[in-house]
Design a protein around this ligand. Structure first.
Ligand code: IPE
Ligand code: IPE
Ligand code: MG
Length: 256
């Protein structure tokens, strides 16, 4: 991996890792339903197995020196699924936080939740606040959980916040920069993802990190999420290391 252009405001690949390891990996964990269907099981069984994979991948990413791991756990569009599936997914999330938060904390992992907090159940909101608060001062990997997340909604909320400041006379439109927008996104303070990985063979973003993905590397793998494992994450990191990120510049060899 060669870093060829360190333009201001753009992420510096590998910063915080060993150079070939993405500083920030974001994963669209897809294929739970298909995994279950292929085995004649209910979709919920795929989700249950998917949580085991989450635990393994969090551990492996931290071992590999990844600084930020973002997991797309529930999109703002996923509410349109059958009520029974939605409530099962919410139950899994509650159990994951109740069972795993202490372990994550002991391992020095910092937790951030991104997504809209509007209209969330009070117990879920309180759980998110507790997870973030309790792990705030940890210095290990940051685990970013995208829940009730939709990138278009995120950008709309940022636009509303900017408009409010302009209307109140606190912000001059001429002073609006990319940083003004960055600072009002759910991901404020989190570097842009270096690698966006999607399992299950689908090749789309499904409303994930639209602004932040401007210069991300993309990797689409056929594995269904419940089949994904440490070796598959290592392969993805190996694939990332072969990419030449140019950020609009020229390849490092060509620059000489
Ligand atoms: C991903 O698996 C989990 C969530 C979106 C919550 P899916 O449930 O989307 O599985 P498929 O895509 O139907 O196989
Ligand atoms: C994206 O997967 C959301 C998550 C992985 C949480 P979906 O399965 O909801 O996406 P589509 O519907 O196939 O685009
Ligand atoms: Mg899916």
């Amino acid at each position: 991996m060669t870093v060829t252009a360190k333009l201001s405001g753009l992420p510096i690949a590998g910063q915080g890792g060993d150079g070939d390891v993405p500083r920030h990996i974001a994963i669209i964990m897809d294929g739970n339903g298909r995994w279950a269907r292929a085995r004649g099981l209910p979709r919920t069984e795929g989700h249950r197995r998917g949580v085991d994979v989450v635990r393994r991948i969090v551990g492996r990413a931290a071992e590999r020196g990844v600084s930020f791991l973002t997991l797309y756990s529930f999109s703002s569009e996923n509410w349109s699924r059958p009520a029974s599936e939605v409530s099962y997914l919410l139950g899994l999330l509650r159990r994951f936080v109740q069972k795993d938060l202490q372990t994550l904390h002991e391992r020095g992992i910092r937790v951030r939740i991104i997504g809209s907090r509007e209209n969330l159940a009070a117990d879920i909101l309180a759980m998110f606040e507790d997870a973030e608060e309790r792990t705030r001062d940890n210095t290990g990997m940051t685990l970013v959980v995208a829940f009730n997340y939709g990138a278009r909604c995120e950008i709309v909320e940022a636009a509303q916040s900017i408009a409010r400041d302009v209307a109140a006379g606190r912000l001059d439109p001429a002073q609006i920069t990319e940083t003004t927008v960055d600072d009002r996104l759910y991901t404020s303070g989190i570097p842009n993802p270096d690698l966006i990985l999607r399992t299950s063979g689908e090749q789309r973003l499904s409303n994930f990190l639209l602004w932040q993905a401007a210069y991300s590397e993309f990797l689409f793998v056929p594995d269904l999420w419940p089949d994904f494992d440490e070796a598959a994450l290592d392969r993805a990191i190996g694939e990332y290391a072969k990419r030449d990120r140019r950020f609009g510049g020229v390849a490092s060899q060509a620059a000489q």
